[in-house]
Design a protein around this ligand. Structure first.
Ligand code: HEM
Ligand SMILES: *[C@@H]1O[C@H](CO)[C@@H](O)[C@H](O)[C@H]1NC(C)=O
Ligand SMILES: *[C@@H]1O[C@H](CO)[C@@H](O)[C@H](O)[C@H]1NC(C)=O
Ligand SMILES: *[C@@H]1O[C@H](CO)[C@@H](O)[C@H](O)[C@H]1NC(C)=O
Ligand SMILES: *[C@@H]1O[C@H](CO)[C@@H](O)[C@H](O)[C@H]1NC(C)=O
Length: 326
């Protein structure tokens, strides 16, 4: 009996050991699973504290919802979702904020820093900045009428940033459809995820330099739409002048972004390529016909994006403040 027990015991040990090896074999750091209940015992008020803080910031400025969703995206595409985007320049860290896709463009770092300070005051040293970014993105979506989802938790914060990877891995408004598909595929996201996630351009703003070429030179653009935009975006100068990514309903998270594309009223070239006779046209049409499909696809794609290369276990750290390593 004892022998059997021993055998059984060592059998389960072997099984769990090989499971562990399986999870650790593909990458240098083990890929532990994120969990929706990660802070349930260590910081039960974490999520409500974050939400209160995020809602207050968005009620001050609606655009902040857009900025926070984008911040999580730009975090996850560089070294995975590890809050690397929030680190400032120091003697040893070259900030990702200097990347072409981030400079004078990412917003909301202070909102995350404030939420972090609130969470630190209830549970010091427990909740990562990377998780706060993920929760803030969900709360931002909900605050402007977008879908909700269960946020997976347990990411840890990086002790490094990677400017080169920010420059190479964050998509550009000049990318072709195939390049966008490839760039997302490199992060484990398929074309459908890419189209759904681009739907967050239903809110927020873009600067003149990102759509100038399109409104002066493109042929696949509605003439009235282009002409109206030229008023606020001169041929030279006014680089940082803003225009809403969704002209029709700029502050509501809805599926109108996709209707704009079919009417050739995508603001960025990278928006319009999603409806340009290619393989993603049918997805755009589907999201126009069935808003609920867009909402559920967006929610699943956000969870998937939030799962890119998470730092877990004993790797990384829980930062005390989000803009600097401990
Ligand atoms: C498909 C490739 C994408 C490209 C090329 C792209 C490009 C851009 C550009 C150029 C801007 C304007 C930035 C500025 O002028 O300062 C912008 C804004 C924005 N992007 Fe994207 N984006 C892409 C995908 C995404 C994804 C996947 C998300 C989120 C899941 C996202 C969320 C946003 C939001 C919410 C804004 C508005 C930000 C604000 O108002 O502060 N984008 N994007
Ligand atoms: C995206 O993909 C293209 C090729 O598929 C590649 O040239 C480019 O460097 C990638 N990244 C960015 C930011 O464009
Ligand atoms: C329009 O395209 C031409 C040729 O590529 C380019 O030289 C010019 O700068 C573009 N105009 C704008 C406003 O981007
Ligand atoms: C362009 O948009 C305007 C309204 O914004 C519309 O009246 C017009 O019919 C559109 N033009 C084309 C060619 O679809
Ligand atoms: C990081 O930079 C921001 C913006 O300049 C600043 O507000 C913040 O205090 C900086 N953080 C640290 C730790 O210096």
């Amino acid at each position: 009996m004892e022998g059997l027990n021993m055998k059984y015991h060592s059998f389960t040990s072997v099984v769990s050991l090989s499971l562990l090896l399986l999870l650790c074999s593909t990458t240098t750091t083990c890929k532990a699973q994120l969990s929706s209940t990660f802070y349930d015992s260590t910081c039960p008020t974490a999520l409500s504290t974050i939400q209160t803080s995020i809602n207050a910031a968005i009620s001050q400025e609606t655009r902040m919802a857009a900025s926070l969703i984008r911040l999580h995206f730009h975090d996850c595409f560089v070294q995975g979702c590890d809050a690397s985007i929030l680190l400032n320049d120091t003697a040893t860290i070259t900030s990702e904020k200097a990347a072409l896709q981030n400079v004078n463009s990412i917003r909301g770092e202070n909102v995350i820093e404030d939420a972090k300070a609130q969470v630190e005051s209830v549970c010091p040293g427990v909740v990562s900045c990377a998780d706060i970014l993920a929760v803030a993105a969900r709360d931002a979506s909900v605050a402007v009428g977008g879908p909700s989802w269960t946020v997976m938790l347990g990411r840890r914060d990086s002790t490094t940033a990677n400017l080169a990877e920010a420059n190479s891995d964050l998509p550009l408004f000049t990318n072709t459809l195939q390049e966008l598909i490839d760039n997302f595929s490199n992060k484990g996201l398929n074309a459908r995820d890419m189209v759904a996630l681009s739907g967050s351009h239903t809110i927020g703003q873009a600067q003149c330099f990102t759509f100038r070429d399109r409104i002066y030179n493109a042929t696949n653009i509605n003439a009235t739409f282009a002409s109206n935009l030229r008023n606020g975006c001169p041929q030279s100068g006014g680089n940082s002048n803003l225009a809403p990514l969704d002209t029709v309903t700029p502050n509501a998270f809805d599926n109108n972004y996709f209707t704009n594309l079919v009417e050739q009223k995508g603001l960025l070239a990278s928006d319009q390529v999603l409806f340009s006779g290619g393989e993603t046209d049918s997805i755009v049409n589907e999201y126009i016909t069935t808003a609920s499909t867009f909402n559920s696809d967006f929610a699943s794609a956000m969870v998937k994006m939030g799962n890119i290369e998470p730092t877990t276990g004993s790797a990384g750290e829980i930062r005390r403040i989000c803009s600097a390593v401990n």
